[in-house]
Write a protein that binds this ligand. Structure first.
Ligand SMILES: NC(=O)c1ccc[n+]([C@@H]2O[C@H](COP(=O)([O-])OP(=O)(O)OC[C@H]3O[C@@H](n4cnc5c(N)ncnc54)[C@H](O)[C@@H]3O)[C@@H](O)[C@H]2O)c1
Length: 380
């Protein structure tokens, strides 16, 4: 049977395949599930919970999921869910249970909803339980020898792994010496994973930024110690830092630190047009979603910087779920074997796409991601 891709209007992110509003009774919150596309009845994406999330933001993110999954050739469409509480959440467990009950028909019908900004793996486990949903029992999914929650404990660094793989590939292609000086904006799940993998390959993490500011040591920050004094939401406890570490307050102090590699792993629009001339690194890696504005990305390219785009490099987490959901990963492996299989698969896809992007950019193509998607019959 040929694959069936359903896409409402591939040229307009405001036109998903369908979008539904959730009332979330008794939770004083509004929710949405936006499905941008489906392939053979499957779509997937995370669940974002912020005070400002809205349907338009989710439509853009669901479109990005379509792109990410297509670029790694997974037969799954893109989706995104959102929860916007009307104030402080009084009972998070009740909210997650209600979200699971309300989205139950979608989950069982092929729309996988994981976690995203503002939701955690325990939240996801709670709404899956309320929906009676278990990926392991889905027809066609890869069989795991542990439950989904336990499996994910071995994969927490996977998006950072994919981002670091992309950076290492670009450094290899440029014959860059080791160590390179790395600045990381964002020290959450993605940033910490990138730091661990780049440091393990001999590179020097010279500065790390979180929501409070930037910490810097030109001789190299002690990554393991830094992680030990960082909260799960990615805030570094300044009181536990070694004396060699300098602390800078203020937004974008990280832009002033000399670096060869800049990894952006926080929110959107970290680098806008007005910041381009301040970027010192030759290699800019978009670990977060939409870390550079479209114009900033173009201007960085014109200024001779290499930019590795988000939809190509930060696909690790989505790829893990996608490989299991669509049954692409083999069944019957134990957790270490499955982890190794998935890491090799993700590294292969990320490296190949980065090479193609570099070839397209070298031949003068200004929107290489768009060209890669066009090869898969998907508009940018
Ligand atoms: N976690 C994943 O698997 C995954 C996958 C794909 C994309 N992403 C995207 O990557 C980005 C980071 O995700 P995460 O899971 O690491 O998030 P997170 O919430 O765990 O961490 C975010 C980090 O960014 C920092 N930060 C926030 N505002 C900042 C600012 N103005 N300046 C500097 N630092 C700031 C926070 O202090 C924290 O260290 C987000 O855009 C997310 O949507 C994440």
């Amino acid at each position: 049977m040929t694959q069936q891709l359903l896409h409402a209007d591939a040229t307009d992110a405001a036109s998903p395949l369908f979008s539904t509003t959730l009332s979330l009774p008794d939770c004083d919150a509004t929710g949405w599930v936006v499905v941008d596309s489906m392939v053979d009845g499957l779509a997937m994406g995370g669940t974002r919970m912020t005070a400002t999330v809205d349907e338009a933001e989710l439509a853009g993110l669901a479109r990005a999921m379509t792109h990410k999954l297509a670029l790694v050739d997974l037969p799954i469409g893109g989706a995104k869910a959102g929860i916007r509480p009307n104030g402080p959440v009084r009972d998070r467990h009740a909210l997650m249970r209600t979200f699971g009950q309300v989205t139950r028909p979608l989950l069982h019908g092929g729309v996988y909803l994981g976690c995203d900004q503002g939701t955690t793996h325990p939240d996801r486990d709670e709404f899956f339980a309320a929906a009676g949903y278990d990926i392991a029992t889905r027809p066609g999914a890869t069989r795991l020898d542990v439950d989904w929650a336990e499996f994910w404990r071995s994969m927490v660094d996977i998006t950072g792994f994919g981002v670091a793989t992309a950076a290492l590939g670009a450094l290899r292609a440029a014959n860059a010496a080791t160590p390179q000086r790395v600045v990381l904006q964002g020290f959450g799940t993605v940033g910490r994973g990138v730091a661990q993998h780049l440091a393990a390959h001999g590179h020097r993490i010279v500065a790390v930024a979180d929501v409070l500011g930037t910490v810097e040591d030109p001789a190299g920050l002690p990554v393991a110690e830094l992680i030990a004094c960082t909260s799960t939401d990615g805030t570094i406890d300044r009181s536990g830092l070694p004396a060699s570490v300098r602390v800078h307050d203020g937004d974008r102090a990280w832009l002033k630190v000399d670096a060869d590699v800049l990894v952006l792993a926080a929110g959107a629009d970290a680098v806008k047009e007005e910041h381009v001339s301040s970027v010192r690194a030759g290699l800019v890696v978009e670990g977060g979603n939409m870390s550079c504005t479209k114009d900033a990305r173009r201007m960085l390219g014109e200024a001779g910087r290499t930019v590795l785009p988000d939809v190509v490099v930060n696909v690790g987490g989505a790829a893990v779920t996608g490989c299991i959901l669509a049954g692409v990963a083999p069944s019957g492996l134990n957790v270490p074997q499955m982890s190794a299989w998935l890491r090799e698969w993700i590294a292969g896809k990320v490296n190949r796409n980065c090479e193609l992007i570099a070839e397209l950019a070298a031949s003068g193509v200004t929107e290489p991601v768009s060209a890669l998607l066009a090869d898969r019959n998907i508009a940018w």
